[in-house]
Design a protein around this ligand. Structure first.
Ligand code: ZN
Length: 138
Protein backbone atom coordinates (compact mmCIF):
# COMPACT_ATOMS: atom_id res chain seq x y z
CA UNK A 1 0.00 0.00 0.00
CA UNK A 2 1.20 3.49 -0.85
CA UNK A 3 0.86 6.43 1.52
CA UNK A 4 1.21 10.16 0.84
CA UNK A 5 0.70 13.29 2.88
CA UNK A 6 1.08 17.00 2.40
CA UNK A 7 0.15 20.11 4.37
CA UNK A 8 -1.50 23.01 2.58
CA UNK A 9 -1.13 26.49 4.10
CA UNK A 10 -3.69 29.27 4.07
CA UNK A 11 -3.64 32.84 5.33
CA UNK A 12 -7.06 34.39 4.98
CA UNK A 13 -7.04 38.23 5.26
CA UNK A 14 -10.55 38.33 6.76
CA UNK A 15 -12.01 36.79 9.93
CA UNK A 16 -14.25 34.41 7.96
CA UNK A 17 -14.08 32.92 4.46
CA UNK A 18 -14.87 29.83 2.43
CA UNK A 19 -12.20 28.74 -0.07
CA UNK A 20 -12.56 26.05 -2.71
CA UNK A 21 -9.42 23.93 -2.19
CA UNK A 22 -10.39 21.17 -4.66
CA UNK A 23 -7.62 22.11 -7.16
CA UNK A 24 -4.90 21.89 -4.46
CA UNK A 25 -6.30 18.56 -3.20
CA UNK A 26 -6.43 17.18 -6.75
CA UNK A 27 -2.80 18.24 -7.19
CA UNK A 28 -1.89 16.23 -4.06
CA UNK A 29 -3.67 13.20 -5.49
CA UNK A 30 -1.82 13.58 -8.77
CA UNK A 31 1.54 13.89 -6.91
CA UNK A 32 0.76 10.78 -4.85
CA UNK A 33 0.39 8.56 -7.91
CA UNK A 34 -2.36 6.67 -6.06
CA UNK A 35 -5.16 5.41 -8.32
CA UNK A 36 -7.40 3.48 -5.91
CA UNK A 37 -7.81 4.31 -2.24
CA UNK A 38 -9.00 6.93 0.23
CA UNK A 39 -8.15 10.59 0.70
CA UNK A 40 -8.54 12.34 4.05
CA UNK A 41 -8.49 16.12 4.21
CA UNK A 42 -8.70 17.85 7.61
CA UNK A 43 -8.23 21.28 9.13
CA UNK A 44 -5.33 21.30 11.60
CA UNK A 45 -6.83 24.14 13.66
CA UNK A 46 -9.83 24.15 15.97
CA UNK A 47 -11.27 27.35 14.50
CA UNK A 48 -11.32 26.18 10.86
CA UNK A 49 -13.22 23.50 8.92
CA UNK A 50 -12.93 21.31 5.88
CA UNK A 51 -16.24 20.33 4.31
CA UNK A 52 -17.80 19.27 1.04
CA UNK A 53 -20.63 21.10 -0.68
CA UNK A 54 -21.56 23.18 -3.71
CA UNK A 55 -19.35 25.97 -5.08
CA UNK A 56 -22.17 28.50 -5.17
CA UNK A 57 -21.70 32.01 -3.78
CA UNK A 58 -25.33 32.36 -2.63
CA UNK A 59 -24.98 29.20 -0.54
CA UNK A 60 -21.73 30.47 0.99
CA UNK A 61 -23.46 33.71 1.94
CA UNK A 62 -26.30 31.66 3.45
CA UNK A 63 -23.81 29.62 5.50
CA UNK A 64 -22.26 32.80 6.85
CA UNK A 65 -25.63 34.30 7.84
CA UNK A 66 -26.78 31.01 9.38
CA UNK A 67 -23.55 30.52 11.36
CA UNK A 68 -23.72 34.11 12.63
CA UNK A 69 -27.25 33.40 13.89
CA UNK A 70 -26.10 30.21 15.61
CA UNK A 71 -22.94 31.71 17.12
CA UNK A 72 -22.71 35.49 16.64
CA UNK A 73 -19.19 36.91 16.87
CA UNK A 74 -20.42 39.98 18.82
CA UNK A 75 -20.75 40.64 21.64
CA UNK A 76 -17.60 38.68 22.47
CA UNK A 77 -18.42 39.06 26.19
CA UNK A 78 -21.29 36.55 25.82
CA UNK A 79 -18.81 33.64 25.68
CA UNK A 80 -16.90 32.19 28.61
CA UNK A 81 -14.08 31.01 26.31
CA UNK A 82 -13.29 34.63 25.49
CA UNK A 83 -11.32 35.24 28.67
CA UNK A 84 -8.04 35.33 26.71
CA UNK A 85 -9.30 35.50 23.11
CA UNK A 86 -12.27 36.66 21.05
CA UNK A 87 -12.77 33.51 18.99
CA UNK A 88 -15.33 31.42 20.89
CA UNK A 89 -17.75 31.83 17.99
CA UNK A 90 -15.08 30.43 15.62
CA UNK A 91 -14.77 27.23 17.71
CA UNK A 92 -18.57 26.80 17.62
CA UNK A 93 -18.78 27.46 13.87
CA UNK A 94 -16.01 24.94 13.23
CA UNK A 95 -17.90 22.32 15.25
CA UNK A 96 -20.98 22.75 13.07
CA UNK A 97 -19.10 22.77 9.75
CA UNK A 98 -16.86 19.83 10.65
CA UNK A 99 -13.20 18.97 10.91
CA UNK A 100 -12.56 16.71 7.91
CA UNK A 101 -13.76 14.96 4.80
CA UNK A 102 -12.93 11.55 3.35
CA UNK A 103 -13.20 11.06 -0.40
CA UNK A 104 -12.89 7.81 -2.33
CA UNK A 105 -10.16 7.71 -4.98
CA UNK A 106 -11.18 5.83 -8.11
CA UNK A 107 -9.14 5.58 -11.31
CA UNK A 108 -6.83 8.33 -10.04
CA UNK A 109 -9.62 10.85 -9.45
CA UNK A 110 -11.63 12.15 -6.49
CA UNK A 111 -14.86 10.18 -6.64
CA UNK A 112 -17.30 13.04 -6.00
CA UNK A 113 -21.06 13.11 -6.05
CA UNK A 114 -22.82 15.67 -8.23
CA UNK A 115 -21.55 19.24 -7.64
CA UNK A 116 -19.34 18.17 -4.73
CA UNK A 117 -16.27 20.31 -4.06
CA UNK A 118 -13.94 20.54 -1.05
CA UNK A 119 -13.85 23.78 0.95
CA UNK A 120 -11.69 25.28 3.64
CA UNK A 121 -13.87 27.18 6.10
CA UNK A 122 -12.04 29.88 8.05
CA UNK A 123 -13.70 31.33 11.14
CA UNK A 124 -10.79 33.14 12.81
CA UNK A 125 -8.49 34.21 10.00
CA UNK A 126 -5.65 36.70 9.59
CA UNK A 127 -3.07 34.07 10.57
CA UNK A 128 -1.36 31.16 8.84
CA UNK A 129 -3.20 27.85 9.15
CA UNK A 130 -2.76 24.34 7.79
CA UNK A 131 -4.84 21.65 6.17
CA UNK A 132 -3.59 18.05 6.06
CA UNK A 133 -4.11 15.86 3.00
CA UNK A 134 -3.42 12.14 3.60
CA UNK A 135 -3.90 9.57 0.87
CA UNK A 136 -3.60 5.80 1.16
CA UNK A 137 -4.07 3.15 -1.49
CA UNK A 138 -2.45 1.60 -4.53
ZN1 ZN B 1 -10.05 29.97 21.21
Amino acid sequence: MKSFHKELWFEVPTRRAFINITPQVEKCLSESGIKEGLLLCNAMHITASVFINDDESGLHHDYDVWLEKLAPHEPVSQYRHNGYEDNADAHLKRQVMGREVVVAVTEGKLHFGTWEQIFYGEFDGRRRKRVLVKIIGE
